[in-house]
Structures are given as C-alpha cells and as structure tokens.
Design a protein around this ligand. Structure first.
Ligand code: SME
Length: 161
C-alpha cells in the first residue's frame, strides 16, 4: 500500500472524515501494536499538527508507560489515577480538559501544553492504554474530537484481517 497521507483542508470534522479511512488502511493486515500506534500518532500529527499526540500503555496494574508519540519528549511513567492520563484510565472514560491549569493533578510534561483530551484504548474489553492529545492553545478539544478519536482507537480492537 502507499504510505502517503492525503491531507484534507476544511472543517475539523471534514479533516477527521478524510483521515479515518486512511488510518484504517494503514492498520489493515498489520497486527503489530507498536507499528499501528506509531502510524496513528504520525497520521494525526500530520493532519492536525497537534502539539503532542501519543499513547501511554498499561505496563502494570497501577502504571502507564510512554508509548509511540509525536511531539516533544514526555514523562515516561504515570500512575493510575494521576493526571489526565491516569484519570482517564482509572475512570475508564474520555476526559476533555479545556484548561490544564484548572485540572487538579494535571501532569505538566511541557509548560506549553494548555488543553488536552485523553481517551481509553480498549482491546477485547480491557483497557490497554490511553490516547493523549495535547494542544498549546486553550479549549482545543470537543465532542467532535472525542467522536472521531474514539473511532480511530476502536480500529485497534479489530481482529486482524
Ligand atoms: N498531561 C498529561 C501527561 C502526559 S503529557 O501531557 C504528554 C496528564 O496530565 O496525564
């Protein structure tokens, strides 16, 4: 398959709609998780130029470890329940943080990060990690991001074709 991404202009929703089938294509037939997470991070970075986009993966019963990402270097380990990532894991739900300074316990890997969305990533019913997207601007994420990013992470839960 061609590895070139077609980058869409237009509304955020149009950009996600253009990207989703391309990410699906990138994952098709590949069951190596690191490769798939890496390409998802790269594709989202290329389309949206997010400040930081990447995965934290469940490494033990109470700790996440940094996975494939795009952006500045980041904290390596996050305890369950800590910060936005550890919170999304512990609560098993998507967290949208419009202003990280107002989120108690936010972990500032970079002082430039201002808003954030974190979604749990499931495989066969269990959370295997989280997808974390950070913006250098306030209020960057809403239900459109939640809708499409959750569709993107659901692609990781598909049986290998
Ligand atoms: N801010 C996150 C930590 C990860 S970095 O932003 C890459 C948090 O509070 O969980």
């Amino acid at each position: 398959m061609a590895e070139d991404l077609s980058i869409a202009k237009g509304s955020k929703e149009e950009q996600y709609q253009n990207l989703l089938p391309q990410i699906s294509g990138l994952l098709q037939g590949e069951n190596n998780q690191i490769a798939n997470l890496a390409n998802i991070a790269a594709a989202l970075k290329e389309q949206f130029n997010f400040f930081w986009i990447g995965f934290y993966l469940v490494d033990s019963a109470d700790e996440l470890v940094l996975g494939p990402f795009q952006g500045p270097v980041a904290c390596t380990r996050i305890k369950k329940g800590r910060g936005v990532c550890g919170g999304a894991w512990a609560q098993a739900k998507t967290l949208i943080v419009p202003d990280v300074d107002q989120f108690p316990g936010h972990i500032a890997c970079s002082s430039l990060s201002r808003s954030e969305i974190v979604l749990p990533v499931y495989k066969q019913g269990s959370i295997i990690g989280v997808l974390d997207v950070d913006s250098s601007e306030l209020n960057s994420f809403d239900e459109i991001d939640e809708k499409y990013l959750s569709q993107i992470v659901q692609l990781l839960d598909c049986p290998v074709q």
